[in-house]
Design a protein around this ligand. Structure first.
Ligand SMILES: [Zn+2]
Length: 80
């Protein structure tokens, strides 16, 4: 849902005119231009996902050797 720029009432996304006050919605005049915004947002989301995945990889690189060391020490202690 989006809102009428004149009266603020909820109107359908594809509505050219407000159903309440009957005024034309200026956002609908540039339908082709609005299609570029979702792709830009998707690119930002993918960048954020890549940043998060990098943090996960870094954390794994730091945590895995520690786990191996702890398991190795535990095995050595058990074998004594
Ligand atoms: Zn309105």
């Amino acid at each position: 849902m989006r809102y009428c720029v004149f009266c603020g009432v909820d109107i359908p996304l594809d509505a050219n005119y407000c159903q309440i006050c009957g005024k034309k919605q200026p956002e609908c005049e540039t339908v082709s231009g609005d299609e570029e915004n979702p792709s830009a947002e998707n690119e930002q989301e993918t960048k954020q996902e890549k940043a998060i995945s990098n943090k996960v990889i870094i954390a794994a690189v730091i945590v895995l050797p520690l786990l191996v060391a702890v398991v190795t020490v535990a095995i050595v202690l058990l074998l004594k």
